[in-house]
Design a binder for this molecule. Structure first.
Ligand code: SAH
Ligand code: SF4
Length: 344
C-alpha cells in the first residue's frame, strides 16, 4: 500500500500512468483529496466504480487516527493523532474570523530538550514523514470544517532536524494544485540549526523563518536549551544569509520565563540582536505544564519587557495566549494523555 500524501504531484501522476489510467485521473483524485476533503475512494463519485475499488487496494490516503480532541472556549481545537506504529503527535487549529492557522508537528517528541517545553521532556520518538505533516492540515480541516489559511511549524519537534520531510510539507502546502496556501502565510520555527537554515535559504521559498532565541547570551541559552545545536553567533549569521536570500522578514521568538530571562540586561541584549537582524521579536509568555520548572511572568512584567525592546527601536509583539483550555502549548496534550488525565 502506498501513501498518496507522501507523493509529489509528479510521483502520483507517474503511478496513474503505471496503472494505465487516463491523464486526468491524478488531478481528479487530487481534487477530491486536497480541495473537497474526501479521503475515501468509494466516495469519489466521478471515478468509474471498478477504479474506486482498485485505487483503494493500491493507495492509502489518511493514516493518522484521532485519539483525542480538545476544544477551548476561544474555538482553538487540538487533535492528538496516532500513526499506525503507535507514535503520537498533536496538531492545533487557531481560528480568527477570517483566518485559520494550523500549528503543525514535524516529529513525535523532540531531541533538543528545551527545559521549558513539554515536547522536549518526552524525548524523540521519530521523524514524521512529509505526508504525515501535511495530513495534519487535512485532519484539522475535516475535524473543524474550517479551511486552513495559514500554517506555522510550531507544534512538536524541530522542523529543521527533519529537513526533507519539512521541505516536502512546505511544498505541498504552498502548491496551488494541492493545499494552495500562500507561502507568505507559512512560518517555519527553529531552535537554530545553522546549516539547515542556509539550506532552507537556498530553496528560495518566500516563507517566514522564526528563530527561537530565548536568551541573549550563550551561557543563559545553554541553561534553557542544554542540547542547543549551535551558538548564538552562528545562528545569527545563518539568519542573515536567510534574510539576504529573499529579503523576507525574520522573527525572533522569545519565551519569557519569570525571573530567568526577563531582566533589563536581557532586553538590551535581545534588542541588539534584533536590530542587527532587522527583525521582529515575538514574546511568548511561558505556558506552564506539569513538571516544567518555570513561572509564567505577569502581564505587567511582560509588557515592561516588551516596552524596553520598543524603546530600543525593535518591532515587538506579545503573542496572544490562546487555547489555554485546549492545552495549546507544545506537547501538552500528549503529556496529559500519558498521565491518562484526558477524559474523552
Ligand atoms: N522546535 C521548534 C518549533 C516547535 S516549538 C522551535 O523550538 O522553534 C514552537 C515554539 O513554542 C518555540 O518558540 C518554543 O520555544 C515555544 N514553546 C515551547 N514550550 C513552550 C512553553 N511551555 N510555553 C511557551 N512557549 C513554548
Ligand atoms: Fe524541541 Fe522546539 Fe520544544 Fe525545544 S521548544 S524541545 S526545539 S519542540
Amino acid at each position: 500500500m502506498k501513501h498518496l500524501l507522501d507523493m509529489t504531484a509528479e510521483e502520483f501522476a507517474a503511478e496513474m500512468a503505471r496503472l494505465e489510467q487516463p491523464k486526468f485521473r491524478a488531478r481528479q483524485i487530487g481534487d477530491w483529496v486536497w480541495h473537497r476533503g474526501v479521503f475515501d475512494f468509494a466516495k469519489m463519485t466521478n471515478l468509474p466504480a471498478a477504479q474506486r475499488a482498485g485505487m483503494a487496494e493500491q493507495f492509502s490516503i489518511l493514516s493518522g487516527k484521532v485519539m483525542a480532541r480538545a476544544d477551548a472556549a476561544d474555538q482553538v481545537t487540538k487533535l492528538l493523532l496516532a500513526w499506525p506504529d503507535g507514535q503520537q503527535v498533536e496538531t492545533v487549529l487557531i481560528p480568527t474570523a477570517h483566518h485559520a492557522t494550523a500549528c503543525l508537528s514535524t516529529q513525535a517528541g523532540c531531541a533538543v530538550g528545551c527545559s521549558f517545553c513539554a515536547s522536549g521532556s518526552q524525548g524523540l520518538g521519530r521523524n514524521l514523514t512529509g505526508g504525515e505533516i501535511v495530513e495534519q492540515v487535512l485532519q484539522l480541516q475535516a475535524a473543524t470544517g474550517r479551511k486552513v489559511t495559514h500554517a506555522v511549524f510550531m507544534g512538536m519537534g524541530e522542523p529543521l532536524a527533519n529537513f526533507e520531510a519539512t521541505l516536502f510539507a512546505v511544498r505541498a502546502i504552498i502548491d496551488p494544485g494541492r493545499l494552495g496556501i500562500s507561502a507568505r502565510h507559512v512560518t517555519v520555527s527553529t531552535v537554530g540549526l545553522p546549516k539547515a537554515i542556509r539550506n532552507l535559504a537556498a530553496q528560495k521559498l518566500p516563507i517566514t523563518l522564526a528563530i527561537s532565541l530565548h536568551a541573549h547570551n550563550d551561557a543563559l541559552r545553554r541553561q534553557l536549551i542544554p542540547n542547543a545545536p549551535a551558538d548564538i553567533e552562528s545562528i545569527v549569521e545563518a539568519a542573515e544569509a536567510f534574510y539576504e536570500s529573499r529579503h523576507r522578514e525574520l522573527t525572533l521568538e522569545y519565551v519569557l520565563l519569570a525571573g530567568v530571562n526577563d531582566t533589563n540586561l536581557c532586553a538590551e541584549g535581545l534588542s541588539r540582536i534584533a536590530r542587527r537582524l532587522r527583525c521582529n521579536v515575538n514574546i511568548i509568555r511561558f505556558n506552564p505544564a506539569p513538571g516544567l520548572p518555570y513561572q509564567r511572568p505577569s502581564g505587567q512584567a511582560t509588557l515592561r519587557f516588551a516596552q524596553r525592546l520598543e524603546k530600543a527601536g525593535v518591532n515587538v509583539q506579545i503573542r496572544k495566549s490562546r487555547g489555554a483550555e485546549a492545552d495549546a502549548a507544545c506537547g501538552q496534550l500528549r503529556a496529559k494523555m500519558g498521565e491518562q488525565e484526558l477524559q474523552s
